[in-house]
Unconditional design. Sequence first.
Length: 136
Amino acid sequence: MTIQEIWKEATRVRKAVRLRTPTSDSMIYRGIKIEKTEDKIVIYNTRLTGDFYKEISQQEYEVFYRYGFLFGVYTICIHNYRVILNKLQVKIRNEVGNRNNQRHYNALKQYRNTVMNKFTDTLKLIQDENRRQLQD
């Protein structure tokens, strides 16, 4: 699959948001931004960085080339959720061991539960996408 085909697939995703500026055309879906300018198409992960979006790695581009836009997005989402869960685990451990603030501890547990649900839902989407690709 080429980057142009990935762009076309991204434009067909119903839940994706389209952003048009005078210099670029972009689609954002589940924290992944694919941006088309006059000379190139770039994919960014908007979740793990601060003020600036980080372009995905060459290894992540390979997932997009091999399996398409949706599967690539879901794969990066799973990675993002794992990073968030690892950070939450450290924060919860610190809360129990040092601070002992029950309200903050409960809020962290609730957030962990929310992220775990998103993680599970995304795994189901990956399975659905795998089935769809096997049928094609």
